[in-house]
Design a protein around this ligand. Structure first.
Ligand code: APR
Length: 225
């Protein structure tokens, strides 16, 4: 079976109703990103950070996967598919995709501030005073700015072995995720779907300048031909 790797960013979940990050005002849901998504922000004001992610978690539980998430599942009829997502939502899982790597963590999990390996499924709010088995405060299971990306090596390995790469809805501005493209084999074709693509078409790089709900079903249909 040929291998397909799909790299997704916030744009694939936009049509489900989750905002992308880099809007014109440079704010993320009204916040400076470093206040709510960095270890420094957490040390300075943990309740603000918890409150921010509690709101994001509530919002996530109120939305559903869209046409683009669902179309990707069909690729599994013909290919060995791995989705590498920068998104912390669970919309690929709920759509039915089988192999998903979350580079930046998962909103529906909490982890110990003491032991990063101690991770819990978490659908409710995380509050100050919610603790792990060793009584340390829980935090969102999110990779913040300046933190290590534990799944990066696995993602590099998968991209380097893939036969086809699809990239959907990412501004390609955040490293190291954006650098994954450089690890593909030279002749691996790339399909890039984004209404405002950060990449120009050339040789085996095909750009679909449109929303995920339109572009993804088109690319999937082409690859299933
Ligand atoms: N369909 C497809 N793409 C879309 C759509 C849509 N309907 N709407 C917007 N986009 C595109 C935008 O054109 C943009 O290129 O989605 C992209 C969103 O870019 P960002 O907001 O920068 O999101 P992303 O690239 O996922 O950000 C990476 O930054 O803050 C961090 O950790 C966070 O994982 C996130 C990382």
């Amino acid at each position: 079976m040929e291998k397909i790797t799909v790299l997704t960013g916030a744009g694939i979940s936009a049509e489900s109703g989750i905002k992308t990050f880099r809007d014109a005002d440079g704010l993320w849901e009204g916040h400076n990103v470093m206040e709510v998504a960095s270890p420094e922000g957490w040390l300075k004001n943990p309740s603000l950070v918890l409150d921010f992610y509690n709101k994001r978690r509530k919002q996530l539980l109120a939305v559903t996967p869209n046409t683009a998430h669902k179309a990707l599942v069909n690729l599994e009829h013909k290919y060995q598919v791995t989705i590498i997502t920068q998104n912390v939502d669970d919309l690929h899982e709920r759509a039915g995709s089988s192999h998903i790597i979350h580079l930046h963590g998962e909103l529906l999990k909490a982890r110990s501030t003491h032991n990063p390996q101690e991770i819990y499924e978490w659908k409710n709010d995380i509050k100050l005073g919610d603790v792990c088995t060793k009584k340390h405060q829980l935090r969102p299971h999110i990779v913040w700015f300046g933190e290590e990306v534990p799944m990066l090596d696995a993602a590099i390995e998968i991209v380097s072995q893939t036969d086809i790469l699809i990239i959907i809805g990412t501004s390609m501005q955040v490293y190291p995720a954006a650098s994954l493209l450089h690890y593909k084999k030279t002749n691996t074709p790339v399909y890039f779907i984004d209404p405002n693509p950060a990449i120009t078409p050339k040789n085996n790089l095909f750009v679909y300048k449109e929303k995920a709900s339109l572009g993804v079903p088109k690319v999937v249909a082409k690859l299933l031909e």
